[in-house]
Design a binder for this molecule. Sequence first.
Ligand code: PMM
Length: 265
Amino acid sequence: MGVVNVTPDSFSDGGRWFDTTAAVKHGLDLVAEGADLIDVGGESTRPGASRVDASEELRRVIPVVKGLASEGVTVSVDTMRARVAEEAVAAGAALVNDVSGGLADPDMIRVVAAGGAPFVVMHWRGFSESMNSRAVYGDVVAEVVTELRDRMDAVVAGGVAPERIVIDPGLGFAKDACHDLALVAHLDELRALGRPLLVAASRKRFLGHVLAGEGAAPPPARERDAATAAISALSAHAGAWAVRVHEVRATADAVRVARAVEGAA
Ligand code: PMM
């Protein structure tokens, strides 16, 4: 899954694809590099980010969804708003990716149930401005599994067919670097929930911490792509359904290598 953030302020690629034409071209470039689907988002979820209003989110996202879908690209819409999800599906999006797992907008589950698209349910504990203070766990893997199972139950109770749910541990969302690493180390426990697993580690803070080491300044987001590809290989090997990344080529190679090694086992 290649990422196209149509935002002026996303932490990893903010501002680069803010214009519709540039965003569509970037999505097509990511497909040429090996992406099977493109995730289009119009609202930054970096820690501390404030929300954009719905009309601005629609203005950013819908033309890019339309442009990519009309080129035959499988598009996913990254939104916490039911109205954006609904209009994006009408514009050709094939999948709804809600980082709040249906918690942020009370209409989301109903809209997804009616629209028929698969639904990414991510582990989430609250909006960006407050999420760091919610990164408190006794056993992060067990708690994320339990909270995701509860969300899956709520989504199914709201009318979404279980076979349309994709799950995601929500790396970096109400989690510190140790929490993220523990989750990547235990993807098998997330897989045991029985649904396809999406892993979105690309350029995230925990990779910066790993690369910098104790007490040092982390490298900027755009210098974390090799580290991202390492997580992509590990995730593929652990049976992930997809990895969500900003730079596709290295990840496509990493996933191919992981598959070849499995084929030789
Ligand atoms: N992370 C971001 C945005 N969307 N969607 C899913 N399903 N999972 C994630 O972990 C996730 C996401 C934030 O990263 P970005 O600002 O670099 O896109």
